[in-house]
Ligand binder design. Structure first.
Ligand code: CP
Length: 301
């Protein structure tokens, strides 16, 4: 891999190699050193976890970062093109991590510059490093990625994390339940990919009826900022609220994952249960992002 743009480009072998490396990094079984490496963290859209976990990942291994959060203090405000911005940044940094509002922006960046590019989220399209840390979290909690029953809940159309994760899991024989409001269903191009691989998925409205079957429930926020009409968001914003009571009959190995941020879709009483794993999931992002950078920079360890 030279870049990480879409989970569609990542083989199951690549996934397992990255998970194995993340395990070794977390357990300090390998000596990965980013000394002298400089990562450009370009966030054209807001972020807490992705931005700060990349920064943590790089700095904890001796590397350095420079970053932008929004364009207000950059020459983008003077009319500089994305292409010229990226070319300039590539003269300074060893690797670019970029989040952008436009679908395909990360692919464009990878085609523009000669240094590796990591897609930290492009519009409603992909969020591959999130998918990789989600897979790492699933492997850690379930002991395997294979033959799992996964419920994905919430905004499956506009939420990019579920697109990347469902594609990433599709080589590991999952069974999916997709629970969403009717006009926020998983996009057809993702379902077409699953159909081609013979993956079983059911589109449902009520997650309650399948809770007892699930190994993982992956909850997502309704993506308010991507609605053109606020009234449409208001109609669906409370469609799924996961409470402790809903978890009464789940399997022992069951875990709740969420890419975060959450708004109201998981109530606070779930946080104290043995099933909540979303903050550990965010922590896992540091080790997985260290593994991804190590791999893209082809660093020895
Ligand atoms: N999961 C995730 O992408 O969170 P941020 O938007 O805070 O980076």
């Amino acid at each position: 891999m030279k870049n990480l743009i879409s989970m569609r480009d990542v083989s199951s072998e690549d996934i397992l190699k990255l998970i194995n490396l993340a395990v070794k990094i977390e357990k300090k079984e390998v000596n990965v050193d980013f000394t002298g490496k400089l990562a450009a963290l370009l966030f054209f859209e807001p972020s807490t976890r992705t931005h700060f976990s990349f920064e943590t990942a790089v700095k904890k291994l001796g590397g350095n970062t420079f970053s932008m959060s929004g364009t207000s203090s950059t020459s983008v405000k003077k009319g500089e093109t994305l292409s010229d911005t990226l070319m300039t940044i590539s003269m300074y940094a060893d690797i670019i991590v970029m989040r952008h509002v436009i679908e395909g922006a990360a692919r464009f960046a990878a085609e523009t510059v000669d240094i590796p590019v990591i897609n930290a989220g492009d519009g409603t399209n992909q969020h591959p490093t999130q998918a990789m840390l989600d897979l790492y979290s699933i492997q850690k909690t379930q002991g395997s990625l294979k033959n799992l029953t996964i419920g994905m809940v919430g905004d499956l159309r506009l939420g990019r994390t579920v697109h990347s994760l469902s594609q990433a899991l599709s080589d590991f024989n999952p069974k999916f339940y997709f629970a969403s409001p009717s006009h926020l269903q998983m996009p057809n191009y993702i379902k077409d990919d699953l159909d081609k691989k013979g993956i079983v998925y059911h589109e449902i409205e009520d997650i309650k009826e399948v809770m007892h079957e699930l190994d993982i429930m992956y909850v997502t926020r309704i993506q308010k900022e991507r609605f053109a009409v606020l009234e449409d968001y208001e109609k669906v914003k409370d469609s799924y609220i996961i409470t402790k009571k809903l978890l009464e009959d789940v399997k022992d190995n069951f875990k709740v994952l969420h890419p975060l941020p959450r708004v109201n879709e998981i109530t606070k009483d779930v946080d104290d249960t043995e099933y909540a794993y979303y903050f550990q999931q965010a922590r896992n992002g540091v080790f997985m992002r260290q593994a991804i950078i190590t791999s893209l920079l082809n660093l020895k360890y």
